[in-house]
Design a protein around this ligand. Structure first.
Ligand code: DUC
Ligand code: ZN
Ligand code: ZN
Length: 476
């Protein structure tokens, strides 16, 4: 009988720390050995010429989440199918609390949507829109203890925005229960002011979405969130950072010794506000409406500077898909009247790794090891999944992507597996593509074909993040 279930042979193993030639042996869904010339796999996989990397972890995706009058294009099955096809083996979507709702109740509802349907492993962040005494006093601490160890708060959107006082109370609760807070940093009042002004002068096309929330609005909110985090002595993750000004705020805070973390996304190194241009609401600008909006090419450079300076720990997709040509998606009736109503978000979970590999590794801006850290290892460390996920070493789950670093592909909608009817990256040529993906030792994708089944992905109860530990330097 073979000693191992699977041996991946002859590849180049890449972790966040090292790059070396080795075979990888797997049994019982876990990595058993990483060594030269391993013998005896019941199944043998030839990885000659390929990189053997930890499966991607995407800690920022939205699946089956309600959004005003629009319906998200991906449920848990199609969204995780798309993820696994792109080399990502774990996703962390959000369980959103509508105002007035019980947090526990909405977690139960999201489990009903997800359990038994996923191609990847998954956890949940919580979105706190209603930090009532019951939520902060009981529900949230109990959910953190149950493995939902991170949550997101918003500084904008009518139905999600928290006041400064509410943010401070949520931060305080996060410190007490050692949860990691993710913050959406854009200022509500400034965006409303700009939106109303633009609409009054008839500037309602999708492009004005970007004009309504310029970088100063993101910079101000980023600074405010950092200040509140300093006051309450709580580490926070600033998500979807779009350009220089918010990036520099985080750098400033990190240099001061504050525990402020940063995340950025493909749209901020591959799209610009010009992509939102369309003469009227029927043109394709709406496809690119997301928040914060993509900025300009100089902002791409600023994001790369941020990578060099260590500002960003994670590179996530912020996959938030809506169909374009659909009355339930970007073109729903109200959204034709103003950018204000166009559902916010773009698909990207399947193309995240290829875009960073191509623009980052191939163009010499980051190393292979940094690529692995930014797309996998750091997500696991940041969100309480390490040392189970995020590396290739004995004891880790055998979540592995075999990556062809030479393969050049033009991203096209017809190649992808998501529920959206377009990709914002249509026509982008990338070099580097996943050719096989394993989830806990099971081959899920082979040469672009999904061979795994929905339901093979399991729920992940996450540990507390070591990065959420306070500095214990609160003023009070
Ligand atoms: N924030 C996100 O994180 N995703 C989509 C929309 C938004 O505002
Ligand atoms: Zn957000
Ligand atoms: Zn998001």
């Amino acid at each position: 009988m073979a000693e191992f279930d699977v041996v991946i042979r002859g590849g180049t193993v890449v972790t966040a720390a090292d790059t070396f030639r080795a075979d990888v042996a797997i049994s019982g869904g876990r990595i058993q050995s990483v060594a030269q010339n391993i013998k005896g796999g019941a199944k043998e996989i030839d990885a000659g010429g390929l990189l053997v990397m930890p499966g991607g972890i995407d800690s920022h995706v939205h699946l089956a989440q309600p959004s005003g009058d629009a319906v998200m294009a991906d449920d848990f099955e199609s969204g995780t199918r798309s993820a696994i096809a792109g080399g990502t083996t774990t996703v962390i979507p959000f369980a959103l609390q509508p105002r007035g709702a019980s947090l526990r109740g909405c977690v139960t509802d999201y489990h009903k949507l997800a359990d038994g349907r996923c191609y990847t492993d998954y956890g949940f962040h919580l979105i706190i829109s209603d930090p009532s005494p019951g939520v902060l006093g009981q529900e949230l601490p109990a959910l953190v203890a149950d493995g939902y160890t991170s949550f997101k708060v918003f500084m904008t959107y009518d139905d999600l925005v928290l006041s400064d006082r509410q943010m401070l109370d949520v931060f305080d609760c996060a410190r007490d229960c050692s949860a990691l807070v993710m913050v959406h940093c854009e200022g509500y009042d400034a965006i409303r002011y700009m939106t109303e002004r633009l609409e009054r002068s008839g500037k309602t096309a999708p492009y004005y979405h970007a004009v309504s929330r310029p970088e100063s609005v993101e910079r101000e909110a980023t600074h405010r969130a950092i200040s509140h985090a300093e006051l309450t002595d709580v580490p926070i993750m600033i998500v979807h950072v779009s350009g220089r000004e918010p990036m520099e705020q985080i750098l400033w805070a990190q240099r001061k010794g504050l525990k402020i973390y940063g995340e950025t996304c493909p749209q901020y190194i591959a799209l610009t506000a010009e992509d939102l241009k369309g003469l009227n609401m029927d043109e394709t600008g709406g496809k690119y409406v997301c928040s914060p909006p993509p900025r300009d090419r100089a902002s791409w450079d600023a994001i790369w500077e941020g990578f060099r300076a260590g500002v960003f720990q994670t590179f996530s997709s912020d996959h938030c898909p809506f169909r374009y040509d659909s009355a339930e998606g970007k073109l729903h009736p109200k959204s034709r009247t103003s950018f204000r109503w166009v559902p916010n978000g773009i698909p990207g979970v399947e193309t995240r790794m290829q875009i960073l590999f191509s623009k980052g590794v191939n163009e010499g801006r980051i190393t292979l090891n940094e690529f692995v850290a930014l797309t996998s290892t750091n997500h696991a460390k940041m969100y309480g999944l390490y040392p189970r996920k995020g590396s290739i070493a004995p004891g880790f789950d055998a979540d592995i992507v075999l990556w062809d670093p030479q393969r050049t592909t033009t991203i096209r909608q017809e190649l992808l597996h998501h529920g959206a009817d377009y990709t914002p990256y249509e026509g982008l040529e990338v070099t580097g593509w996943p050719v096989m993906t394993l989830l806990r030792g099971n081959v899920m994708v082979q040469d672009g074909e999904i061979v795994g089944k929905p339901g093979q992905g399991a729920f992940l109860k996450r540990d507390l993040s070591p990065f959420a530990a306070p500095r214990h330097r609160s003023a009070g």
